[in-house]
Design a protein around this ligand. Structure first.
Ligand code: ATP
Ligand code: MG
Length: 395
């Protein structure tokens, strides 16, 4: 068996609620490793996975997608004696060297005070032994290339390749939100960020077939699959909006087309959100990124919606969003060249500072109610990256 050690993050600050958060984390982790034969163990506020040989890839993939942990490591487990701990340090030192690292330090923590060496003593003795046994490694306490960590708890854990977790809170601890997911760069990142705050994410995509291609639809499904891996699965509702777009095109001045389409999207998304018991809408809007996202136009598009609309990217610039899209793995898919319905529909001179009342007047004049209901009914739901068991949100 291989042991992984998990470091819990923000949820450790949750006082009386901590147990509830831990239960959700455990259930999420179990859902991610189901079928691999791995087992989750909790002891003294720590989580461990015991994973059969040969299933490292699945275990590590699960850990890389789990919200609510600050870090994790594949760890050696040894007897709680000084010689055994020293041997494990040497072992980890050899692994660092094999990977070409030249400097290291030892960081030790001791919660079991009966262990004969204190943290400083473990670092000194362990460091000395590694230096003697592994040629080519030197100690650098300020900027080491590698850190060997030693934790003396119920057992002794020694590991050299600690990894950063996704941080945040376990999915399911912060309600449920409906993400307006386009095929672009921004909205998948918005979904990811709220999943990292513990929100269970569902999604809706507005598809304008044949103006947007089948490839565009498949691309959004792929994006939903990627985001779904971080949010313990995602339900993606694909809604046809071609007739709605046509109605807007015929019935309103061209400079208003994008805003009116956005209003229609919000309208129908809110209906779906209520049906799916989502407590908010989520978009990938970022202030003034494009004409439809000036503050005046944002005010127009949210005019009729009663649910809160969360826009986690509102203060971010494109460079920061792209960097995040790269780390979560959506960027490569987002930049595939299949146009979104809004791009094809964009007027040459969109209104920049729409007036809310004018937006409302134009929108209500279109009489879209029935078309939207029809679109909602005709939509198809896909389940992406759906585990057998999803968390039930605490709400
Ligand atoms: P993205 O990269 O997410 O597509 P964007 O910069 O292209 O964002 P817009 O096209 O103005 O911005 O869209 C703003 C937001 O509206 C998107 O982030 C998304 O939440 C939502 N949205 C736009 N088009 C669609 C669509 N076809 N289906 C679902 N949501 C959409
Ligand atoms: Mg877009």
């Amino acid at each position: 068996m291989i042991t992984y050690l998990l470091k819990l993050g923000e949820l450790t600050l949750k006082g009386g609620n901590r147990r509830a958060f831990e239960r959700i984390l455990r259930r999420n982790l179990e859902a991610l490793i189901r079928g691999t034969g791995a087992r989750v163990e909790t002891a003294n506020g720590r989580f461990y996975i015991h994973s059969p040989e040969g299933t490292e890839k699945q275990a590590e993939d699960a850990l890389d997608h789990l919200m609510g942990i600050t870090g994790w490591a594949k760890t050696g487990v040894c007897e709680k004696t000084v010689p055994a701990v020293i041997r494990s340090c040497i072992n980890e030192g050899q692994k660092l060297r094999e990977r070409g690292l030249q400097s290291f330090k030892i960081e030790a923590r001791r919660t079991d005070k009966s262990f004969p060496l204190d943290s400083y003593g473990i670092a000194c003795e362990g460091g000395k032994a590694v230096l003697e046994a592994v040629p080519g490694l030197r100690v650098d306490v300020h900027r080491p290339e590698g850190v060997i960590e030693v934790e003396i708890r119920e057992k002794a854990y020694v590991y050299g390749f600690g990894r950063r977790g996704r941080r945040g809170l376990p999915v399911g601890s912060a309600g449920r939100g409906l993400l307006l997911l386009s095929g672009g760069i921004d909205s998948p990142v918005a979904g990811y960020l709220l999943a990292s705050r513990g929100m269970l994410i569902e999604a809706v995509y507005f598809h304008a077939y044949p103006y947007t291609s089948e490839e565009a639809r498949l691309k959004v499904i792929k994006l939903a699959e990627i985001v779904g891996r971080y949010s313990q699965g995602i339900r993606l509702h694909i809604l046809p909006v071609t007739t709605v777009q046509m109605r807007i095109k015929e019935g309103a001045p061209s400079e208003w087309h994008t805003i009116l389409l956005r209003m229609a999207m919000m309208d129908v998304a809110e209906k779906l959100a209520v049906k799916w018991r989502c407590q908010c809408l989520i978009t990938g809007e970022s202030l003034s990124q494009v004409a439809s996202q000036t503050i005046e136009n944002i005010a127009c598009t949210e005019n009729r919606v009663k649910l809160p609309i969360l826009r986690p990217l509102i203060g971010m610039d494109k460079e920061g969003i792209i960097r995040l899209a790269g780390t979560i793995g959506t960027y490569e898919t987002s930049i595939l060249p299949y146009e979104d319905c809004c791009v094809l529909f964009s007027p040459p001179h969109p209104i920049l500072r729409g007036d809310r009342n004018e937006a409302l007047r134009l929108y209500e004049g279109l009489g879209l109610e029935e078309k939207l209901e029809e679109a909602l009914r005709e939509g198809i739901t896909e389940k992406c990256s759906f585990p057998q068991e999803r968390p039930k949100p605490l709400c």
